[in-house]
Design a protein around this ligand. Structure first.
Ligand code: SD4
Length: 326
């Protein structure tokens, strides 16, 4: 048995006292390196570890997989150190922070908000769009008015200290260039499968730093930044949104899995397609995560440096993704 498998088995055994029943319900552990028994949560970047921890806690205390992926990324939206998610994130060219978020269930229900200002938890507004409106997506002032009507408090519109410093520095040249792996905690995309096999996903971001005012990325676009289908699996994306939108990245991965590709093969094919459609692929970063209904997982990125957090009832670890370029 490999050391890694031994470790997983041991950590599972030591968690049995806390999660009785987990051992019985986890026959897949060790069958394949990329396969785990549900519940299982995957999320992008370093900040995925604390987000996964919240999601797993939510499941342990009886929440649904939808509750888990919402609460999980709310942790990141509140992280004041994080300059790429939430109101503390880096602003657009005008110095205004605008947020994008989406949420989806494996039965096809989904909701999103784009170009939203002043609301601390865009992911929860996206959930409200899904649950309380006949629509999928609300943007800009309409989204903000909807949030107010739903009782979300509006925050004062001012940059966080870190964002202010960075923006002042950027204004010295005002040159726009996507920054690869910005501080290693871009957008958070989270996908998960519950013990009952139901899947859900969430994605939330302040978008690309110094974007044009009004720019919307892939994260709130169902099929680009996020897609979930209980019959097949789920995928989420991070990185330069324009390149992800062009290939309908997350939808593409789920459809490739539907046709029989493994999550890893599907992520690699999506990156190959993205690279083929981008003239400047050496200068951009984009990464994908995928999981299928059997608990197999995959990840792939354009450039090195992308990592993700993989959590189940016995472990929550950071894993480096493979990439197209080395
Ligand atoms: C966007 N995909 O708005 C998001 C941001 C991101 O690396 O992930 N940046 O394009």
């Amino acid at each position: 048995m490999s050391d890694r498998r031994k470790f997983l088995k041991q950590s599972l055994l030591s968690s049995a006292a806390f999660f009785p029943g987990v051992i019985h319900s986890s026959p897949l552990i060790g069958r394949k390196d990329t396969q785990r028994k549900a519940p299982l949560i995957l999320s992008t970047w370093n900040h995925g570890v604390p987000a996964n921890a919240t999601a797993l806690e939510t499941l342990k205390s009886g929440g649904s997989i939808l509750d888990a992926v919402e609460k999980g990324v709310m942790t990141t939206e509140l992280d004041l150190e994080n300059l790429s998610v939430g109101l503390q994130g880096l602003p657009d060219r005008e110095g205004i922070v605008t947020l994008d978020a989406s949420i989806m269930k494996g039965n096809g229900e989904c909701g999103s908000v784009a170009f939203l200002r002043q609301v601390r938890h865009p992911i929860s507004v996206a959930r409200k769009v899904m649950e309380d409106t006949p629509h999928v997506m609300l943007a800009g002032e309409g989204a903000r008015q909807f949030a107010i009507a739903q009782g979300f408090p509006l925050e004062k519109e001012e940059l966080s200290p870190g964002a202010k410093r960075a923006y002042e520095e950027w204004k010295k040249t005002s040159q726009y260039k996507p920054i690869i792996n910005i501080e290693n905690h871009d957008t958070i995309g989270m996908i998960g499968i519950g013990e009952d096999g139901k899947m859900a996903g969430s994605c939330t971001t302040s978008g690309l730093a110094y974007k044009m005012h009004g720019r919307v990325g892939d994260s709130p676009i169902i099929g680009a930044g996020l897609y979930v289908d209980d019959e097949v699996g789920a995928a989420t994306a991070t990185g330069l949104g324009e390149t992800i939108i062009r290939i309908c990245g997350s939808f593409l991965i789920v459809e490739l899995m539907r046709q029989g590709r493994s999550p890893q093969e599907a992520c690699e094919e999506a990156v190959r397609r993205l690279v083929a459609k981008s003239s400047n692929s050496k200068e951009i970063q984009a990464g994908f995560l995928a999981i299928n209904k059997d608990g197999e997982m995959g990840a792939f990125a354009v450039q090195p440096g992308f990592n993700y957090a993989q959590g189940d009832m016995s472990s929550n670890e950071l894993i480096d993704s493979k990439s197209y370029f080395n």
